[in-house]
Structure formats: structure tokens, C-alpha cells
Write a protein that binds this ligand. Structure first.
Ligand code: PGA
Length: 253
């Protein structure tokens, strides 16, 4: 049985006051559950302050990016060991915003994935197609290419310590959510790609859905067989909205 993971991706939003208030708000009303894990991924400057707020609460801490390099002359970059050192457990890699705007290739994403595992952190690796790719019926091919690059570099067994997020680019921040059936089809494809290499690993890896997930559509998505949680952007910036999704997960667990 896979536990749900409900992860908040705050993106480049907030301030000291906002991140403190938001993390406090989540901790204050957080439901207790050993079947649903809750995670927040604030911007780098606020990780330490949020870590202090979360201490002992069960709410987990994650980051939104990492360097592929271990240490050294990489001005402006952050090493996986540094994120581990300040209390992160998870780190998002390969978000479509970074692939599109920062030009991150699937190979760079794979190298970051490996750097995280080497530091004892759990990668949340994002995959997903653009609208044009979906319309051209390339969804499965795009997902496979993004996934295979990581499998090739990190090895299939590494996915036992990782999380995958399926995030159709056309659903991110648009208010247009994939239907539970569309999402399930993509999640099933992801699990099948992994199962062809290692059935046991494919059975344990959690696959999150991301793209305009909200309190009112979470139940339908989370009820699907291969959807093991959510990577939430917009709705994670408000404690009540984020917790509504957590409640939907608990109701299914
Ligand atoms: P959204 O973002 O929930 O605002 O669509 C999801 C994400 O980009 O991780």
C-alpha cells in the first residue's frame, strides 16, 4: 500500500512573514494521519525559517531545485548536502518551468536526481507534456523520454527512493485540470514503463498529479488507482486550500 504525498510547491512566492504564517497555519490545523504525508517546498531563502516552524510537527520540508554538482565553484548554486543539512527530505527536480525557462534538459534533470540520492534526499522528478504534444498524441512518448533519461543515469532501483510527479504543462497554473481519467492514463503509462524494468519498484514508487489540483477536484484525482498524491502550486499558498486537499487524501486513505 502506497502512502499519499501531498506536496506544496510555493514556487517564487512569499516573504519571511508569509512563509512563517503559511507554515504555521498548516501545522496548526494539520490532520494526523500515518497514511498521508504532507510536504511544503518554500523558496530557498525561507527554508531555514520554515524548518524551525515545522520542527516536531510531522510536516515535511522540501526544496524546489538543486545543483547537479556536489560542491565547489558554482556561484549561486545550492548543493544537495546543504539542503539535507538544513532539514530537507525531498527536492523537486525537472519542473516544467525549469525545463522550459532555464533550459534544463532531461540529462541535467537526471544528474540532479543522482546528486539528491547521493546526499540521501528523495527526488520528486516532474514529467509531462505540453498542449501541442498532447494534441499531436505525443504524451506517452514525451513522458517516456523524460523518464528514461533518469532511469538510464540513476538506474531503475533508485526509483524506490524517489517520487514522480506527472504535471501536464497545459494544466499548470491555468485552472484547467486533467480529468481523473486523463491523469490516470498517464500515471498508468509511467508505472508501466517502470514495471517493464522492475515490477517491484514500479509497485512502490509514488506518482503525484500536478496541475491546478484544488480542494474541489482532488477527491476525483486521488481516487484513481495510480495517483498517489499531488504536487500543488497555487492552492498550496493558502493553508486552508492546501489542507482541503490533504483532507481529500485522508478521506481516500
Ligand atoms: P498549480 O502548479 O497547482 O498552480 O497548477 C502545480 C505545479 O506547477 O507544481
Amino acid at each position: 500500500m502506497r502512502n499519499f504525498l501531498i506536496a506544496g510547491n510555493w514556487k517564487m512566492n512569499g516573504s519571511t512573514a508569509m512563509s512563517t504564517e503559511l507554515s504555521n497555519g498548516i501545522v496548526a490545523d494539520m490532520p494526523a494521519s500515518d497514511r498521508v504525508e504532507l510536504l511544503v517546498c518554500p523558496p530557498f531563502p525561507y527554508l531555514r525559517a520554515v524548518a524551525a516552524q515545522l520542527a516536531g510537527s510531522g510536516l515535511k520540508l522540501g526544496a524546489q531545485n538543486v545543483s547537479a554538482h556536489a560542491a565547489g565553484a558554482y556561484t549561486g548554486e545550492t548543493a544537495a548536502t546543504m539542503l539535507k543539512d538544513i532539514g530537507c527530505e525531498y527536492v523537486i527536480v525537472g519542473h516544467s518551468e525549469r525545463r522550459a525557462m532555464m533550459g534544463e534538459s532531461s540529462e541535467v534533470v537526471a544528474a540532479k536526481f543522482c546528486a539528491l540520492l547521493a546526499a540521501g534526499l528523495k527526488p520528486i522528478v516532474c514529467v509531462g507534456e505540453t498542449l501541442a504534444e498532447r494534441q499531436a498524441e505525443q504524451t506517452n512518448a514525451v513522458i517516456s523520454e523524460q523518464l528514461e533519461a533518469v532511469v538510464e543515469m540513476a538506474g531503475i532501483d533508485s526509483f524506490a527512493n524517489a517520487v514522480i510527479a506527472y504535471e501536464p504543462v497545459w494544466a499548470i497554473g491555468t485552472g484547467q485540470t486533467a480529468t481523473p481519467e486523463q491523469a490516470q492514463e498517464a500515471h498508468k503509462h509511467i508505472r508501466d514503463v517502470l514495471a517493464a524494468k522492475n515490477d517491484a519498484v514500479a509497485g512502490v514508487v509514488r506518482i503525484l498529479y500536478g496541475g491546478s489540483m484544488k480542494g474541489d477536484n482532488a477527491a476525483g484525482l486521488l481516487s484513481m488507482a495510480d495517483i498517489d498524491g499531488g504536487l500543488i502550486g497555487g492552492a498550496s499558498l493558502n493553508a486552508a486550500d492546501f489542507l482541503a486537499i490533504a483532507d481529500a487524501a485522508i478521506a481516500q486513505s
